[in-house]
Design a protein around this ligand. Structure first.
Ligand code: ASP
Length: 335
C-alpha cells in the first residue's frame, strides 16, 4: 500500500514536471464567440454587422484589461460573459431565446484548467447573470451542476443579483417570437469565452438561453462539462455553440482536449476534425472556440457563420493583435 502511494507520487511528480516544461508562447490570449448559425449573410448588411463587431470588440477589450494587468482567466471569462449577458444582441442573459411555454430558462458553465474545477447552472429563470451563479457553484458548493429552483435558491443564498420577473430577459424581438412562435426565426447567439492568462492557466465559460421552443426542462450542451464547456491545463479550453444535443452526444469539448492530449494533434487539427468530420451532419450544426496551453487558438464552424473574436499578446511584444468576424471576413475595430 505504502509502496503504491510512493509510485503514484512519483508519477504525479513526473506529470507535473512534464506539464511545467511546456513553455507558454503567448503572454495571454482571449477568444470569444456569440453563437453560430445562419448569420453569415449579415456581412452584407454593414450597419447590423458593425453592431456585432463593436460588441465582440468591447468584450475582447474587457478581457484584455483584466489579463494585461495580470488578472486570472476566470476573472476575464466572467467579466466578458457578464458583458454579453447584458447585451440583447446575444442569446444569453437579457436577449435569451424563449422556451415553448414563453418562459426564459438559462444555462451557463465555467471551468478552470489548473485544477479541473467546474461549476454550472441549468434552467435558471431569475438569475441575472447565470455565469456568476455557475462560478459560485464551482467555488462555494461541493457540486458541479445545479438546476432549476434549487439552483435559484443557491444563487439567492449567495447574494447574487436576481430578477423578480422572468420577462426581464425578454426583448421586443423575443416577445415577437412568443406571440408568433415561428420555428424559422430560431435565434443563435449563445456566448462563450476561452482564455490563456499570464500565469499559463486555461479557463472556459459558456452562457445561453438554449434552443428556441425548448420543452420539458430541456438542458443543452452549454452547462454540460465535456459537451459545451471544458478546460484542462494539459490541453485546451473549449466553449461550443450549436445544436446542443449533438454536442452532448459527441462530447465535443472534451473530445477536442482528448485529441490534443492523446493524439498530439494541434488545436487546429483537433477542432477541425470534430467540427468538420465528426459533427458534419446536417443537424450537427455549429462551431466552437478553443485555445491551447501555448496560446494557439481555433474558431471553426460548419454553419453559415459564427460571431467570434480573438485578442492576444506575443511574449516580448507590446502590441496586442485582435480581430472579429461573422462570416469569412476578419475585421479589426478601432484601427
Ligand atoms: N448550444 C446551445 C444549446 O443547445 C444553443 C446555441 O449554442 O445556440 O442549448
Amino acid at each position: 500500500m505504502k509502496k503504491n502511494g510512493w509510485k503514484q507520487w512519483m508519477m504525479a511528480a513526473a506529470l507535473l514536471a512534464s506539464t511545467a516544461a511546456v513553455a507558454q508562447e503567448r503572454e495571454y490570449v482571449i477568444v470569444v464567440h456569440g453563437g453560430a448559425g445562419a448569420m453569415g449573410s449579415l456581412e452584407q448588411k454593414p450597419e447590423i454587422a458593425q453592431q456585432y463587431y463593436n460588441a465582440l470588440d468591447s468584450a475582447l477589450m474587457i478581457g484584455d484589461k483584466i489579463l494585461a494587468a495580470g488578472g486570472e482567466g476566470h476573472e476575464a471569462v466572467r467579466a466578458v460573459i457578464n458583458y454579453f449577458e447584458g447585451n440583447p444582441l446575444f442569446n444569453a442573459g437579457i436577449g435569451a431565446t424563449v422556451a415553448a411555454d414563453g418562459s426564459f430558462e438559462l444555462d451557463a458553465a465555467i471551468m478552470e484548467g489548473k485544477d479541473l474545477s467546474a461549476g454550472a447552472v441549468a434552467g435558471v429563470e431569475h438569475v441575472k447573470h447565470p455565469i456568476n451563479a455557475a462560478y459560485a457553484v464551482k467555488t462555494q458548493s461541493p457540486h458541479v451542476m445545479l438546476s432549476g429552483a434549487g439552483a435559484e435558491e443557491f444563487a439567492r443564498e449567495q447574494g447574487l443579483e436576481m430578477v423578480d420577473d422572468n420577462l426581464y430577459f425578454a426583448t421586443p424581438k423575443t416577445m415577437k417570437w412568443v406571440e408568433q412562435f415561428k420555428a424559422e426565426s430560431k435565434k443563435n447567439g449563445t456566448v462563450g469565452c476561452v482564455v490563456l492568462d499570464k500565469q499559463g492557466n486555461l479557463t472556459a465559460g459558456t452562457s445561453t438561453g438554449g434552443m428556441l421552443r425548448k420543452k420539458w426542462g430541456r438542458i443543452g450542451d452549454s452547462p454540460v462539462i465535456g459537451a459545451g464547456t471544458y478546460a484542462d491545463n494539459a490541453s485546451c479550453a473549449v466553449s461550443c455553440t450549436g445544436h446542443g444535443e449533438y454536442y452532448i452526444r459527441h462530447a465535443v469539448a472534451f473530445n477536442v482536449c482528448a485529441r490534443y492530449k492523446y493524439l498530439n494533434e494541434s488545436v487546429e487539427q483537433a477542432t477541425d476534425y470534430i467540427i468538420h468530420q465528426e459533427l458534419n451532419t446536417d443537424a450537427g450544426n455549429g462551431g466552437l472556440i478553443a485555445v491551447d496551453r501555448k496560446g494557439n487558438f481555433a474558431m471553426p464552424y460548419n454553419s453559415q457563420g459564427m460571431f467570434r473574436g480573438f485578442l492576444y499578446k506575443e511574449k516580448g511584444s507590446s502590441e496586442v493583435k485582435k480581430g472579429c468576424a461573422i462570416g469569412q471576413k476578419i475585421v479589426t475595430v478601432g484601427k
